[in-house]
Design a protein around this ligand. Sequence first.
Ligand SMILES: *[C@@H]1O[C@H](CO)[C@@H](O)[C@H](O)[C@H]1NC(C)=O
Ligand SMILES: *[C@@H]1O[C@H](CO)[C@@H](O)[C@H](O)[C@H]1NC(C)=O
Length: 203
Amino acid sequence: MKVLLTILAAANGLTCEDGQVKTFFKMTKSEQTSNWDNIAKDLLQNTLTSAYRKHNSETNAVVQWNRADETERVSFCLEVKDNVSDDTAKKLRQAIYYLKPNVYGAMQTNETVLVFDGVPKTYVIEEESRQWLYPYYAFMGLGLIGIAASLYASVKENKVEEAEEEESTRMSKKTSISATDVETKPAYESIEKGDGFSESADF
Ligand SMILES: *[C@@H]1O[C@H](CO)[C@@H](O)[C@H](O)[C@H]1NC(C)=O
Ligand SMILES: *[C@@H]1O[C@H](CO)[C@@H](O)[C@H](O)[C@H]1NC(C)=O
């Protein structure tokens, strides 16, 4: 692992020591010549120094890098002056992480362009955590489709049953109507006959 990291670092043109924070400022050649001057370097150094002091409450700490050792593609090794250790590197990473708005605001750039090794990218973490959910979402989606399909099927079945029921009740009504028709016909006849009886009773 260590060997692989060393090879990668060498391929990238820069190896930082323990206790240093490798930094990569991705710029085109023209951006470098027009923007990456001593004023910009002082600004970055001051910004990182105040972030370190503020976050760690160490009022005398100074963040620096060897400007002569910057690579062509602008990468360099940050360190806390006269106090290079894993502990100060960790504190520097934390300061950068928690004061990102200050650092990136001052440099007018973002996490894609100015990369501090070991400082997690805020939005990448969110993206990754959402990506882990994609299979879950897909599974949920299939489940919901399944539920919707079975609901639809059962509703449709009920409708068919209802329609069948309606049909059968209509039919039984019809038969009962016809049955009463049959029954009432003689009743009318008997009433008609009855009229005759009452007429005769009036006499
Ligand atoms: C070096 O850093 C440690 C914290 O990592 C701090 O406690 C200590 O005061 C620092 N030493 C100097 C000389 O600044
Ligand atoms: C970061 O800045 C660069 C150049 O200014 C831009 O092209 C890129 O889209 C920005 N990235 C994000 C994530 O804002």
